[in-house]
Design a protein around this ligand. Structure first.
Ligand SMILES: [Zn+2]
Length: 510
C-alpha cells in the first residue's frame, strides 16, 4: 500500500485572486461541488475576513460539500481567525489555515515585527484556531526566502500549540527544484516534533517551476500539495492540480504515492473553472489543453494508430476527455437537459433559472444541430439570472460593409427600463462597445478582448472574454453565441455587471 498524498485545492482562494477572476457565491458553490466530485481532500473555499460576502460563500460551501474538508484562510490575528472559525462551522470537517510572514524582508518591511513577536503571534493564532477546530494549518509566508533555523523554531512552537499541517509556501515563485527537496529535508529534520504533522508545499509559477517545485517538495517529504485547477492564481499562477496528480500517477515508479483524485473528473473541472473565471486554457497546456492528446504530425499519428503507447504516456480518457460526442439535440427534453446540467455541476439554483436556461438551450438547438458539453459550459457556466445581472442585452443590429464605417444600434434593459444607443466604430466590435458606452458611460478601460470557437465547425458558438479596468478594479465578463457580435455585447455587459456588483475585499498574498 502506497503512502497518501493529500491534494489541497485553492482555486477558490488563491485562484480567485487572479485579475478579474472573482466569482459569485453560486459560482463558488458549483466549483466546490465539482472539486468534491474530483476527490479533492481539502478545499480552501476563501478568506472569510475579506468581506461578509466571502464569509457567506465559505459557509454555504461548508453546508453543501460533505466529502472534502472545507478550509478558510486567516491572517494570524483574532478577527481573521474568528471569522474563519464561524464560516467553517457547518462543515463535516473544517480547517483553519492561518499564516504569518517569516522572511527577514517581510518581517522587517511589511510586518515591522521582531522575530520573537512573530513566533508569539503565530502560537496565539494557532491556539485560538484550535478553539474552533482540531484541524489547523500553519503557513510561514515567504518561507522559501526565510532562515531555516528560524523556520524550525516557529514550526516547533506552532506544532506544540496544536497545528496539524505545516505549509512551506514559495510565495514569490523563487524556488528551484533540487534546492526545494533539500530545504524540505532540512526543515523536517530540524524541527524536533516534525513527525506529528503533515508537511505541505504551496508553489507559485513565476519562473514556470511551480509543479516541478511541488513535486521536489514531495520528494523532500511533503505529503500535502496546494494547487489550483488549470494552475490559476495570482501573477503567473499556482501549481496546476492536474499536472501534479497525473505526474504522481503516471510516474508511480518514482513517487510511490496515492491520491484520492478521480482523474476522469479532471477535464470537466478544468472546463468549469475556465468558463466561470474567464481564463481560457492554452491549447498546449499539459493534460487539459485542447492539443494535449491531439497528434497532428503524420508520423506520430501513424504510431498512435498502430499502438497508442508509442507516443502517449497516459490516455485522454483517463483524464476525462471524451470524443466530441453528441450530447443533446433539438429534440432533447427538459429531463435530459436537466440531468446533463446536473452531471456537469451546472444546474441553476432555482426552477425559474432552469426554465430560462431551457429556453436558451432550445433557441441554440434551433440554430445549431449538435449541442456539446462545451456549449453548455459556455452558456451556463457563469452564474446568470442573479440580481447582480441588472443590465441585459435586448437587441443588437450591426451593419458592416467594405468601404463604409461599421455602425451598431443597441437596446439594453437596465432595472426593467429599455435604453437605446448607437455608434460608429473602427470595426463592428468597436462600434458595438461604443454603442453600449453611449448609453452606460462606464468609463472603464478595455484591457483584453478575445474570441474562442467552442467546438469545431463554422456553426460553433463563439465565446468572448472581455476584461475591463476601472479605478484599480479588474473584472472579466464572458458571453457566448453563434453570432460573435452578440457574444461580444453579452461579454461586455457581463463585465459591466461584475464591475457594478463587486465589492472591496482584502487580498492576502500567500
Ligand atoms: Zn499563493
Amino acid at each position: 500500500m502506497s503512502e497518501r498524498l493529500y491534494i489541497f485545492d485553492t482555486t477558490l482562494r488563491d485562484g480567485e485572486q487572479s485579475p478579474g477572476a472573482s466569482m459569485t457565491r453560486d459560482e463558488k458553490i458549483r466549483i466546490a461541488k465539482q472539486l468534491e466530485k474530483l476527490g479533492v481532500d481539502i478545499i480552501e473555499a476563501g478568506f472569510a475576513a475579506a468581506s461578509p460576502g466571502d464569509a457567506d460563500a465559505i459557509r454555504a460551501i461548508a453546508e453543501t460539500v460533505k466529502d472534502s474538508t472545507i478550509c478558510s484562510l486567516a491572517r494570524a490575528n483574532e478577527r481573521d481567525i474568528r471569522a474563519a472559525g464561524e464560516a467553517i462551522r457547518p462543515a463535516n470537517r473544517g480547517r483553519i489555515h492561518t499564516f504569518i510572514a517569516t522572511s527577514p524582508i517581510h518581517m522587517e518591511k511589511k510586518l515591522r515585527m521582531q522575530p520573537d513577536a512573530v513566533v508569539e503571534a503565530a502560537v496565539a493564532a494557532v491556539k485560538l484556531a484550535r478553539e474552533y477546530t482540531d484541524d489547523v494549518e500553519f503557513s510561514a509566508e515567504d518561507a522559501l526566502r526565510s532562515e531555516p533555523d528560524f523556520l524550525c523554531r516557529i514550526f516547533e512552537a506552532v506544532i506544540k500549540a496544536g497545528a496539524r499541517t505545516i505549509n512551506v509556501p514559495d510565495t514569490v515563485g523563487y524556488a528551484v527544484p533540487y534546492l526545494t527537496t533539500a530545504f524540505f529535508r532540512q526543515l523536517i529534520e530540524g524541527t524536533p516534533n516534525s513527525d506529528q504533522v503533515i508537511w505541505s508545499a504551496h508553489c507559485h509559477n513565476d519562473l514556470g517551476m511551480a509543479v516541478a517545485n511541488s513535486l521536489a517538495a514531495v520528494q523532500g517529504g511533503a505529503r500535502q500539495v496546494e494547487c489550483t485547477i488549470n494552475g490559476l492564481g495570482e501573477r503567473a499562477g499556482n501549481a496546476a492540480l492536474e499536472e501534479i496528480v497525473m505526474a504522481v500517477r503516471t510516474r508511480r515508479d518514482v513517487f510511490d504515492l496515492e491520491t484520492r483524485i478521480d482523474t476522469t473528473q479532471i477535464v470537466p473541472s478544468s472546463k468549469l473553472v475556465s468558463s466561470i473565471t474567464g481564463y481560457p486554457v492554452q491549447p498546449n497546456k499539459a493534460v487539459v489543453g485542447a492539443n494535449a492528446f491531439a497528434h497532428e504530425s503524420g508520423i506520430h499519428q501513424d504510431g498512435v494508430l498502430k499502438h497508442r503507447e508509442t507516443y502517449e504516456i497516459m490516455s485522454a480518457e483517463s483524464v476525462g476527455w471524451t470524443q466530441n460526442k453528441l450530447i443533446l439535440g433539438k429534440l432533447s427534453g427538459r429531463n435530459a437537459f436537466r440531468s446533463r446540467l446536473q452531471e456537469l455541476n451546472l444546474l441553476p439554483s432555482s426552477e425559474e433559472a432552469l426554465n430560462n436556461a431551457f429556453v436558451c438551450f432550445k433557441a441554440l438547438a434551433d440554430k445549431k444541430r449538435e449541442i456539446f458539453d462545451e456549449d453548455l459550459f459556455a452558456l451556463f457556466g457563469k452564474d446568470s439570472g442573479t440580481a447582480s445581472e441588472n443590465i441585459q442585452l435586448v437587441a443588437l443590429k450591426v451593419t458592416s460593409e467594405t468601404g463604409t464605417a461599421p455602425k451598431a444600434t443597441v437596446t439594453l434593459r437596465r432595472d426593467g427600463i429599455e435604453l437605446a444607443g448607437e455608434a460608429i466604430g473602427a470595426g463592428p466590435v468597436d462600434a458595438t462597445f461604443k454603442a453600449i458606452e453611449s448609453i452606460l458611460q462606464s468609463q472603464a478601460d478595455l484591457q483584453l478582448y478575445s474570441v474562442n470557437a467552442i467546438t469545431s465547425g463554422t456553426d460553433s458558438q463563439g465565446e468572448v472574454t472581455v476584461r475591463l479596468h476601472k479605478a484599480e478594479r479588474v473584472v472579466n465578463g464572458q458571453g457566448a453565441d453563434i453570432d460573435i457580435l452578440i457574444a461580444s455585447a453579452k461579454a461586455y455587459l457581463s463585465a459591466l455587471n461584475h464591475l457594478a456588483a463587486n465589492q472591496e475585499r482584502a487580498h492576502p498574498q500567500l
